[in-house]
Design a protein around this ligand. Structure first.
Ligand SMILES: NC(=O)c1ccc[n+]([C@@H]2O[C@H](COP(=O)([O-])OP(=O)(O)OC[C@H]3O[C@@H](n4cnc5c(N)ncnc54)[C@H](OP(=O)(O)O)[C@@H]3O)[C@@H](O)[C@H]2O)c1
Length: 335
Protein backbone atom coordinates (compact mmCIF):
# COMPACT_ATOMS: atom_id res chain seq x y z
CA UNK A 1 0.00 0.00 0.00
CA UNK A 2 1.35 3.50 -0.93
CA UNK A 3 2.53 5.55 2.04
CA UNK A 4 0.44 8.63 2.78
CA UNK A 5 2.05 11.99 2.05
CA UNK A 6 3.12 13.79 5.23
CA UNK A 7 2.57 17.45 6.17
CA UNK A 8 3.97 19.85 8.79
CA UNK A 9 1.53 20.73 11.55
CA UNK A 10 1.39 22.30 15.02
CA UNK A 11 -0.73 20.27 17.40
CA UNK A 12 -1.94 20.13 20.97
CA UNK A 13 -1.60 16.87 22.85
CA UNK A 14 -3.59 15.94 25.91
CA UNK A 15 -2.48 17.97 28.84
CA UNK A 16 -0.29 21.05 28.37
CA UNK A 17 -1.89 24.31 27.24
CA UNK A 18 -0.46 27.77 26.43
CA UNK A 19 2.29 28.27 23.88
CA UNK A 20 4.49 25.50 25.28
CA UNK A 21 1.82 22.87 24.63
CA UNK A 22 1.84 23.55 20.88
CA UNK A 23 4.15 20.97 19.28
CA UNK A 24 5.55 20.66 15.77
CA UNK A 25 4.83 17.26 14.17
CA UNK A 26 4.70 15.55 10.79
CA UNK A 27 1.42 13.78 10.17
CA UNK A 28 -0.38 12.35 7.13
CA UNK A 29 -2.25 14.76 4.88
CA UNK A 30 -5.97 14.18 5.61
CA UNK A 31 -8.43 13.00 2.94
CA UNK A 32 -11.74 14.74 2.30
CA UNK A 33 -14.95 12.82 2.98
CA UNK A 34 -18.31 13.29 1.30
CA UNK A 35 -19.11 16.98 0.79
CA UNK A 36 -15.61 18.11 1.85
CA UNK A 37 -12.65 19.69 0.08
CA UNK A 38 -8.94 19.37 0.87
CA UNK A 39 -7.25 22.79 0.78
CA UNK A 40 -3.52 23.45 0.45
CA UNK A 41 -3.31 26.40 2.80
CA UNK A 42 -1.88 29.76 1.72
CA UNK A 43 -2.88 31.79 4.81
CA UNK A 44 -4.48 31.17 8.19
CA UNK A 45 -5.74 33.77 10.65
CA UNK A 46 -5.87 33.10 14.37
CA UNK A 47 -8.74 33.91 16.74
CA UNK A 48 -9.10 33.89 20.52
CA UNK A 49 -11.84 31.28 19.98
CA UNK A 50 -9.20 28.89 18.62
CA UNK A 51 -7.61 28.81 22.06
CA UNK A 52 -11.00 28.69 23.77
CA UNK A 53 -11.86 25.67 21.56
CA UNK A 54 -8.73 23.93 22.84
CA UNK A 55 -9.74 24.60 26.46
CA UNK A 56 -13.28 23.39 25.75
CA UNK A 57 -11.85 20.17 24.40
CA UNK A 58 -9.74 19.68 27.51
CA UNK A 59 -12.94 20.09 29.53
CA UNK A 60 -14.96 17.72 27.28
CA UNK A 61 -12.16 15.16 27.00
CA UNK A 62 -13.98 12.36 28.85
CA UNK A 63 -17.04 12.71 26.61
CA UNK A 64 -15.51 12.99 23.12
CA UNK A 65 -14.57 9.88 21.14
CA UNK A 66 -11.92 11.58 18.99
CA UNK A 67 -10.31 14.35 20.95
CA UNK A 68 -6.56 14.88 20.66
CA UNK A 69 -4.29 15.69 18.95
CA UNK A 70 -5.92 18.96 17.89
CA UNK A 71 -4.52 21.20 15.14
CA UNK A 72 -5.87 24.64 16.11
CA UNK A 73 -7.24 27.40 13.87
CA UNK A 74 -10.23 27.49 11.56
CA UNK A 75 -9.96 30.53 9.27
CA UNK A 76 -8.03 29.74 6.12
CA UNK A 77 -7.44 30.66 2.49
CA UNK A 78 -5.83 28.37 -0.06
CA UNK A 79 -6.20 26.19 -3.12
CA UNK A 80 -8.48 23.17 -3.53
CA UNK A 81 -6.28 20.11 -4.20
CA UNK A 82 -8.80 17.28 -3.71
CA UNK A 83 -12.59 17.08 -3.59
CA UNK A 84 -14.72 14.54 -1.75
CA UNK A 85 -17.66 12.66 -3.21
CA UNK A 86 -20.64 14.88 -4.07
CA UNK A 87 -18.79 18.23 -4.08
CA UNK A 88 -20.44 20.30 -6.81
CA UNK A 89 -19.17 23.87 -6.57
CA UNK A 90 -15.39 23.44 -6.41
CA UNK A 91 -12.73 21.73 -8.53
CA UNK A 92 -8.97 21.28 -8.28
CA UNK A 93 -7.06 24.57 -8.52
CA UNK A 94 -9.90 26.79 -7.23
CA UNK A 95 -8.76 29.55 -4.85
CA UNK A 96 -10.98 29.61 -1.78
CA UNK A 97 -11.52 30.95 1.72
CA UNK A 98 -13.06 28.59 4.26
CA UNK A 99 -13.99 27.93 7.86
CA UNK A 100 -12.64 24.64 9.19
CA UNK A 101 -14.41 22.77 11.99
CA UNK A 102 -13.94 24.54 15.34
CA UNK A 103 -13.51 21.23 17.18
CA UNK A 104 -11.22 19.59 14.62
CA UNK A 105 -9.31 22.69 13.45
CA UNK A 106 -6.48 22.28 10.94
CA UNK A 107 -5.30 25.86 10.26
CA UNK A 108 -1.85 25.38 11.79
CA UNK A 109 -0.80 22.86 9.16
CA UNK A 110 -0.11 22.70 5.44
CA UNK A 111 -3.49 21.22 4.44
CA UNK A 112 -6.98 21.58 5.91
CA UNK A 113 -10.35 19.93 5.34
CA UNK A 114 -13.42 22.16 4.92
CA UNK A 115 -17.04 21.39 4.28
CA UNK A 116 -18.14 22.57 0.85
CA UNK A 117 -20.94 24.56 2.51
CA UNK A 118 -18.37 26.55 4.55
CA UNK A 119 -16.11 27.32 1.58
CA UNK A 120 -16.37 30.28 -0.83
CA UNK A 121 -14.37 31.37 -3.87
CA UNK A 122 -11.57 33.90 -3.45
CA UNK A 123 -11.19 36.34 -6.34
CA UNK A 124 -7.61 37.14 -7.41
CA UNK A 125 -8.00 40.78 -6.26
CA UNK A 126 -8.26 39.58 -2.62
CA UNK A 127 -4.98 38.25 -1.19
CA UNK A 128 -4.93 35.01 0.84
CA UNK A 129 -4.04 36.99 4.01
CA UNK A 130 -6.90 39.48 3.56
CA UNK A 131 -9.33 36.63 2.92
CA UNK A 132 -8.14 34.43 5.80
CA UNK A 133 -8.79 37.27 8.25
CA UNK A 134 -12.49 37.38 7.46
CA UNK A 135 -14.40 34.28 8.57
CA UNK A 136 -14.75 34.20 12.36
CA UNK A 137 -14.14 37.88 13.11
CA UNK A 138 -15.89 39.34 10.07
CA UNK A 139 -18.97 37.13 10.25
CA UNK A 140 -19.34 37.79 13.99
CA UNK A 141 -19.15 41.55 13.43
CA UNK A 142 -21.69 41.27 10.59
CA UNK A 143 -24.15 39.17 12.60
CA UNK A 144 -23.93 41.49 15.62
CA UNK A 145 -24.55 44.62 13.54
CA UNK A 146 -27.17 43.36 11.10
CA UNK A 147 -29.06 40.51 12.80
CA UNK A 148 -28.96 41.72 16.40
CA UNK A 149 -28.55 45.52 16.23
CA UNK A 150 -30.65 45.60 13.00
CA UNK A 151 -28.37 48.06 11.22
CA UNK A 152 -28.85 48.13 7.45
CA UNK A 153 -25.44 48.26 5.75
CA UNK A 154 -26.67 50.34 2.82
CA UNK A 155 -27.36 53.53 4.81
CA UNK A 156 -31.13 53.00 4.72
CA UNK A 157 -32.97 53.00 8.04
CA UNK A 158 -32.73 55.42 10.94
CA UNK A 159 -29.35 56.51 12.30
CA UNK A 160 -28.06 54.42 15.18
CA UNK A 161 -25.46 55.38 17.76
CA UNK A 162 -23.12 52.43 18.17
CA UNK A 163 -20.31 51.78 20.62
CA UNK A 164 -17.72 49.16 19.68
CA UNK A 165 -15.40 48.08 22.49
CA UNK A 166 -11.90 46.72 21.71
CA UNK A 167 -12.27 48.18 18.22
CA UNK A 168 -8.59 47.55 17.48
CA UNK A 169 -9.06 43.76 17.69
CA UNK A 170 -10.00 41.23 15.03
CA UNK A 171 -13.78 41.54 15.42
CA UNK A 172 -13.75 45.22 16.38
CA UNK A 173 -11.81 46.52 13.38
CA UNK A 174 -14.23 44.81 10.97
CA UNK A 175 -17.23 46.01 13.05
CA UNK A 176 -16.13 49.66 12.77
CA UNK A 177 -15.81 49.45 8.98
CA UNK A 178 -19.09 47.56 8.51
CA UNK A 179 -20.99 49.91 10.83
CA UNK A 180 -19.83 52.88 8.77
CA UNK A 181 -21.34 51.26 5.66
CA UNK A 182 -24.65 51.77 7.47
CA UNK A 183 -26.27 54.86 8.86
CA UNK A 184 -24.31 54.77 12.12
CA UNK A 185 -22.48 57.17 14.40
CA UNK A 186 -19.64 55.03 15.76
CA UNK A 187 -17.86 55.51 19.07
CA UNK A 188 -15.10 53.07 19.97
CA UNK A 189 -12.80 52.05 22.79
CA UNK A 190 -9.22 50.95 22.17
CA UNK A 191 -5.74 51.53 23.58
CA UNK A 192 -3.91 54.85 23.01
CA UNK A 193 -1.54 53.33 20.44
CA UNK A 194 -4.46 52.44 18.15
CA UNK A 195 -6.62 55.59 18.37
CA UNK A 196 -5.47 56.90 14.96
CA UNK A 197 -5.77 53.54 13.27
CA UNK A 198 -9.39 53.15 14.38
CA UNK A 199 -10.23 56.74 13.40
CA UNK A 200 -8.83 55.99 9.95
CA UNK A 201 -11.12 52.97 9.73
CA UNK A 202 -14.05 55.38 10.12
CA UNK A 203 -14.76 55.74 13.86
CA UNK A 204 -16.45 59.09 14.63
CA UNK A 205 -15.34 59.26 18.28
CA UNK A 206 -12.64 57.38 20.15
CA UNK A 207 -12.10 56.57 23.81
CA UNK A 208 -8.82 55.33 25.26
CA UNK A 209 -9.96 52.49 27.53
CA UNK A 210 -7.23 53.29 30.07
CA UNK A 211 -8.57 56.83 30.75
CA UNK A 212 -11.37 57.60 33.22
CA UNK A 213 -13.78 58.58 30.37
CA UNK A 214 -12.89 55.39 28.54
CA UNK A 215 -13.46 53.27 31.63
CA UNK A 216 -17.02 54.62 32.01
CA UNK A 217 -17.66 54.42 28.22
CA UNK A 218 -18.98 57.99 28.16
CA UNK A 219 -19.55 59.34 24.64
CA UNK A 220 -17.41 62.50 24.16
CA UNK A 221 -20.39 64.22 22.46
CA UNK A 222 -22.91 62.99 25.05
CA UNK A 223 -24.60 60.42 22.80
CA UNK A 224 -26.53 57.50 24.23
CA UNK A 225 -25.83 54.22 22.49
CA UNK A 226 -28.57 52.27 20.69
CA UNK A 227 -26.25 49.28 20.51
CA UNK A 228 -22.94 48.31 22.06
CA UNK A 229 -20.92 45.65 20.22
CA UNK A 230 -18.92 44.45 23.18
CA UNK A 231 -15.72 42.71 22.03
CA UNK A 232 -13.52 43.52 25.03
CA UNK A 233 -13.04 41.93 28.46
CA UNK A 234 -16.05 41.83 30.84
CA UNK A 235 -17.63 45.17 31.87
CA UNK A 236 -20.31 45.46 34.59
CA UNK A 237 -23.91 46.20 33.52
CA UNK A 238 -23.85 49.22 35.86
CA UNK A 239 -21.20 50.77 33.56
CA UNK A 240 -23.14 50.09 30.35
CA UNK A 241 -26.60 51.01 31.62
CA UNK A 242 -26.32 54.83 31.97
CA UNK A 243 -24.80 55.09 28.49
CA UNK A 244 -27.65 53.27 26.70
CA UNK A 245 -30.56 54.93 24.89
CA UNK A 246 -34.07 54.19 26.20
CA UNK A 247 -34.20 50.79 24.44
CA UNK A 248 -30.46 50.36 23.91
CA UNK A 249 -28.82 46.94 23.89
CA UNK A 250 -25.44 45.47 24.72
CA UNK A 251 -24.46 42.64 22.37
CA UNK A 252 -21.92 40.69 24.40
CA UNK A 253 -19.47 38.64 22.34
CA UNK A 254 -17.58 37.49 25.42
CA UNK A 255 -20.43 36.51 27.76
CA UNK A 256 -19.52 35.19 31.21
CA UNK A 257 -21.74 34.18 34.15
CA UNK A 258 -22.42 37.80 35.14
CA UNK A 259 -23.70 38.83 31.71
CA UNK A 260 -25.79 35.64 31.42
CA UNK A 261 -27.40 36.63 34.72
CA UNK A 262 -28.05 40.18 33.45
CA UNK A 263 -29.54 38.76 30.24
CA UNK A 264 -31.91 36.60 32.31
CA UNK A 265 -32.93 39.41 34.70
CA UNK A 266 -33.58 41.91 31.86
CA UNK A 267 -35.65 39.29 30.04
CA UNK A 268 -37.95 38.34 32.92
CA UNK A 269 -38.43 41.98 33.95
CA UNK A 270 -39.30 43.01 30.34
CA UNK A 271 -36.62 45.69 30.55
CA UNK A 272 -36.33 47.95 27.50
CA UNK A 273 -32.57 48.07 27.93
CA UNK A 274 -31.14 44.63 27.23
CA UNK A 275 -27.99 42.57 27.31
CA UNK A 276 -27.86 39.93 24.56
CA UNK A 277 -25.11 37.28 24.66
CA UNK A 278 -23.97 36.36 21.14
CA UNK A 279 -22.30 33.03 20.52
CA UNK A 280 -22.41 31.65 16.99
CA UNK A 281 -21.19 28.39 15.57
CA UNK A 282 -20.27 28.21 11.87
CA UNK A 283 -23.08 26.84 9.71
CA UNK A 284 -23.85 26.69 5.99
CA UNK A 285 -25.93 29.85 6.00
CA UNK A 286 -22.77 31.83 6.96
CA UNK A 287 -21.46 31.25 3.44
CA UNK A 288 -23.50 34.11 2.01
CA UNK A 289 -22.11 36.48 4.64
CA UNK A 290 -18.55 35.32 3.93
CA UNK A 291 -19.13 35.86 0.19
CA UNK A 292 -20.46 39.34 0.93
CA UNK A 293 -17.39 40.19 3.05
CA UNK A 294 -14.98 38.90 0.39
CA UNK A 295 -16.81 41.06 -2.17
CA UNK A 296 -16.47 44.12 0.09
CA UNK A 297 -12.70 43.53 0.31
CA UNK A 298 -12.55 43.13 -3.48
CA UNK A 299 -14.39 46.46 -3.90
CA UNK A 300 -12.03 48.18 -1.45
CA UNK A 301 -14.84 48.83 1.07
CA UNK A 302 -13.41 46.56 3.81
CA UNK A 303 -9.80 46.07 4.91
CA UNK A 304 -8.12 43.34 6.90
CA UNK A 305 -5.60 45.01 9.19
CA UNK A 306 -2.86 42.57 10.09
CA UNK A 307 -1.11 42.73 13.40
CA UNK A 308 1.61 40.53 11.98
CA UNK A 309 2.29 38.01 9.25
CA UNK A 310 4.68 35.14 9.83
CA UNK A 311 5.58 31.74 8.39
CA UNK A 312 4.14 28.60 9.98
CA UNK A 313 7.55 27.89 11.56
CA UNK A 314 6.76 30.86 13.88
CA UNK A 315 3.29 29.55 14.78
CA UNK A 316 4.22 29.52 18.49
CA UNK A 317 4.91 33.28 18.61
CA UNK A 318 1.72 34.01 16.67
CA UNK A 319 -0.26 31.78 18.99
CA UNK A 320 1.22 33.61 22.01
CA UNK A 321 -0.10 36.93 20.66
CA UNK A 322 -3.61 35.51 20.52
CA UNK A 323 -3.42 34.16 24.07
CA UNK A 324 -2.13 37.58 25.29
CA UNK A 325 -5.17 39.39 23.80
CA UNK A 326 -3.34 42.48 22.53
CA UNK A 327 -3.22 41.96 18.77
CA UNK A 328 -4.09 44.89 16.51
CA UNK A 329 -6.34 43.44 13.80
CA UNK A 330 -5.56 39.91 12.69
CA UNK A 331 -2.60 37.65 13.39
CA UNK A 332 -1.84 35.89 10.09
CA UNK A 333 0.21 32.82 9.23
CA UNK A 334 1.43 32.71 5.63
CA UNK A 335 2.19 29.18 4.43
N1 LIG B 1 -19.34 35.19 20.54
C1 LIG B 1 -18.79 34.82 19.39
O1 LIG B 1 -19.39 34.10 18.58
C2 LIG B 1 -17.41 35.33 19.12
C3 LIG B 1 -16.87 35.28 17.85
C4 LIG B 1 -15.61 35.84 17.65
C5 LIG B 1 -14.92 36.37 18.75
N2 LIG B 1 -15.50 36.33 19.97
C6 LIG B 1 -14.80 36.88 21.14
O2 LIG B 1 -14.74 38.28 20.99
C7 LIG B 1 -13.58 38.77 21.67
C8 LIG B 1 -12.82 39.67 20.73
O3 LIG B 1 -12.27 38.88 19.68
P1 LIG B 1 -11.11 39.50 18.79
O4 LIG B 1 -10.74 38.49 17.77
O5 LIG B 1 -11.49 40.86 18.36
O6 LIG B 1 -9.96 39.63 19.91
P2 LIG B 1 -8.51 40.22 19.79
O7 LIG B 1 -8.21 40.52 18.36
O8 LIG B 1 -7.60 39.34 20.54
O9 LIG B 1 -8.60 41.64 20.60
C9 LIG B 1 -7.42 42.25 20.91
C10 LIG B 1 -7.62 43.75 21.02
O10 LIG B 1 -8.43 44.05 22.17
C11 LIG B 1 -7.92 45.25 22.73
N3 LIG B 1 -8.29 45.32 24.14
C12 LIG B 1 -7.88 44.50 25.12
N4 LIG B 1 -8.44 44.86 26.29
C13 LIG B 1 -9.23 45.93 26.03
C14 LIG B 1 -10.08 46.75 26.81
N5 LIG B 1 -10.24 46.54 28.13
N6 LIG B 1 -10.75 47.75 26.20
C15 LIG B 1 -10.60 47.99 24.88
N7 LIG B 1 -9.80 47.25 24.08
C16 LIG B 1 -9.13 46.22 24.65
C17 LIG B 1 -6.44 45.15 22.55
O11 LIG B 1 -5.88 46.46 22.58
P3 LIG B 1 -4.55 46.76 23.49
O12 LIG B 1 -3.50 45.88 22.93
O13 LIG B 1 -4.31 48.21 23.28
O14 LIG B 1 -4.92 46.39 24.89
C18 LIG B 1 -6.30 44.47 21.20
O15 LIG B 1 -6.12 45.38 20.12
C19 LIG B 1 -12.77 37.52 22.10
O16 LIG B 1 -13.02 37.26 23.47
C20 LIG B 1 -13.35 36.42 21.25
O17 LIG B 1 -13.22 35.14 21.84
C21 LIG B 1 -16.70 35.84 20.19
Amino acid sequence: MAEKKLMQAYVYGRSVGGVVGLKHVEIPVPSPSKGEVLIKLEATSLNPSDYKAYMLRVFLRPFLARNFPLIPATDVAGEVVEVGYGVKNFKLGDKVVAILSLLVGGGLSEYGIAKECLTVSRPSQVSPAEAAGLPMAGITAHIALTQVAHLELDKTGPQKNILITAASGGVGHYAVQLAKLGNAHVTVTCGARNLNLVKNLGADEVLDYKTSEGAILKSPSGKKYDAVIHCGPPIAWSVFEPNLSEDGMVIDLTPGPSSMWTFFVKKITFSKKKLLPLIWYPKGSNNQTLEYLVELVKEGKLKTISDSKCPISEAGEAWGKIIDGHATGKVIIEH
